[in-house]
Design a binder for this molecule. Structure first.
Ligand SMILES: NC(=O)c1ccc[n+]([C@@H]2O[C@H](COP(=O)([O-])OP(=O)(O)OC[C@H]3O[C@@H](n4cnc5c(N)ncnc54)[C@H](O)[C@@H]3O)[C@@H](O)[C@H]2O)c1
Length: 342
């Protein structure tokens, strides 16, 4: 079997803890190129995972023979690198948030369609076992009609994660475009769309900054969302939580689901009749686990290429989740409820 040849652009934390180890474990692929503008980082990853080290993605796309490119760079480079890689004839797995605008996201989707290549966005929250189980229970009608939810993703901030620590691009608007809402909030807009199986139509929000020094991006946000069937809920995204919170609660007429809210049970179902079911489905990946868990993103992406199926998180899905975040920013700036058209 000929293996798919992979090039990874950006050799920071997400590449070294998730993409590269997960490609290395996948039997269908071979890492042939790694790229980072910091030469030592590219060299270090090439030594560890194999492949040729590059400091320019343009050069990598010209010189390396590739089938797949993973985009693991700061957010402002997602669209230009993904589009260049797609135009060069590669399938692309791009990190979240997909892009810095709807226009850029559309250009990425069009580049994939024009070249007949796969584009997947790395929304790994969809593959967390408790989330998959909750979606199944909701879709099967076991939760009943849902009226409300609350979801949060907060931790002490990317200075404890990014390879550049407190000097990271995560804190610079020109490179990040948004802060906690783009880093964490978009995970939850995507998760809630996935779990509820419907789109959000309105959002009101406070997207604030001030928790971090030397930062030009937002770091603490609370949004109120309304879905097309009228479900209302809150979404919080913050770099100002002293300890990680990744919990989601869904309030249905037949059951309440508590996802990643309990240290011992990844999913707790409180049934209306008083019965409680605990599910232990394995741990959610966390900045605090040092990359001990698999995101399953790479396996799903590679499978979609090997089996020639649609990737589980398409460019269109990534764009829809991004649009909710962009609308939340608009709401906070203009102090009004913003309508979202998908
Ligand atoms: N899916 C997730 O759960 C998850 C988690 C963390 C980060 N991310 C995303 O992954 C992306 C990267 O984040 P990170 O945490 O690895 O950041 P990081 O700061 O740890 O690493 C970024 C790397 O990109 C390199 N880089 C910058 N410009 C480059 C260029 N022009 N060409 C090549 N390399 C370049 C930097 O030198 C650095 O090594 C971001 O979009 C982030 O939002 C996703």
């Amino acid at each position: 079997m000929t293996k798919l040849k992979v090039g990874v652009v950006g050799c920071g934390s997400i590449a070294r803890f998730r993409h590269l180890p997960e490609y290395a474990m996948n039997e269908h692929v071979e890492i042939v190129a790694v790229c980072d503008i910091v030469k030592e980082r590219a060299n270090e990853m090439a030594d560890k995972f194999g492949g040729q080290a590059f400091t320019s993605y343009e050069e990598m796309l010209r010189e390396a023979e590739l089938d797949i490119v993973s985009v693991c760079t700061p957010n402002y480079l997602h669209a230009p690198i993904s589009i260049a890689a797609l135009k060069a004839g590669n399938h692309v797995l791009c990190e979240k948030p997909m892009a810095t605008s709807e226009k850029e996201a559309l250009a990425m989707i069009q580049a994939a369609e024009a070249g007949g290549k796969k584009l997947m966005i790395a929304h790994n929250q969809r593959f967390v076992a408790s989330h998959e189980k909750a979606r199944e229970l909701i879709a099967n009608g076991e939760v009943g009609r849902i009226h409300s939810f609350r979801t949060a993703f907060g931790h002490p901030g990317p200075e404890g994660w990014s390879i550049d620590g407190k000097d990271s691009w995560f804190f610079r608007k020109e490179e990040a475009f948004i802060g906690a809402m783009g880093d964490l909030g978009v995970h939850k807009t995507d998760l809630m769309r996935f779990l509820l199986g419907e789109e959000f139509v309105e959002v009101g929000s406070f997207v604030e900054s001030g928790a971090k020094e030397n930062s030009t991006v937002d770091d603490n946000a609370v949004c109120i969302l309304k879905s097309e069937s009228g479900i209302i809920g809150t979404l919080a995204a913050s770099w100002a939580y002293g300890k990680e919170d990744n919990a989601t609660i869904i309030y249905g007429e037949k059951a309440v689901l508590r996802l990643e809210d309990d240290p011992d049970h990844s999913l707790i179902v409180h049934h209306r009749d008083g019965k409680t079911e605990n599910f232990d489905l394995g741990k959610i990946q966390s900045n605090e686990d040092g990359g001990q868990t698999s995101t399953k993103v790479i396996d799903h992406f590679v499978d979609s290429i090997v089996q020639d199926t649609e990737p589980p998180v398409t460019g269109v899905e990534g764009m829809r989740s991004l649009k909710v975040v962009i609308a939340a920013l608009e709401s906070s700036i203009h102090k009004k409820i913003v309508k979202i058209t998908q």
